[in-house]
Design a protein around this ligand. Structure first.
Ligand SMILES: NC(=O)c1ccc[n+]([C@@H]2O[C@H](COP(=O)([O-])OP(=O)(O)OC[C@H]3O[C@@H](n4cnc5c(N)ncnc54)[C@H](O)[C@@H]3O)[C@@H](O)[C@H]2O)c1
Length: 104
């Protein structure tokens, strides 16, 4: 089986854990969408306040309604760890980085 075929088959079976690093305007909607279409998702951020809010089902982004977060938490499909737990993302996995690099 080719790598591409395997990738497509695993995506179709939702046989990946999806990780998104950086849960801002790009990363939060991205990780929630992957969860809503059936993947197990982990959203990583460096900000402890954001991580706590998300794990409590609270949204800090205006156009992201909190029930999108709480539904995935209730389904045990979403968790928001601090980024130092990135190594816990189990295989097979798809990982997306959205964390903005600060400009000096
Ligand atoms: N928002 C947009 O419309 C847009 C459009 C085009 C490109 N981008 C680019 O996409 C990237 C993300 O943009 P955004 O609007 O989501 O930014 P944002 O500032 O809203 O979110 C970035 C998130 O990353 C987190 N973060 C920062 N450093 C981290 C690290 N080391 N590890 C884990 N998390 C970390 C921050 O706490 C924050 O939650 C940026 O590079 C931006 O330039 C954004």
């Amino acid at each position: 089986m080719s790598d591409l075929h395997l990738l497509k088959e695993r995506i179709a079976r939702r046989d990946y854990t999806v990780g998104v690093v950086g849960l801002g305007y790009v990363g939060l909607p991205l990780v929630l969408r992957f969860g809503e279409v059936g993947f197990q998702v982990l959203g990583f951020d460096v900000d402890p306040a954001k991580v706590k809010q998300l794990n409590d089902g609270v949204s800090y982004i205006e156009h992201v309604p909190p029930d999108r977060i709480s539904k995935l938490i209730a389904a045990r499909r979403f968790e928001a760890p601090l980024v130092d737990r990135l190594r816990e993302l189990k295989r097979p996995r798809l990982l997306f980085g959205t964390a903005a690099r600060r400009r000096k």
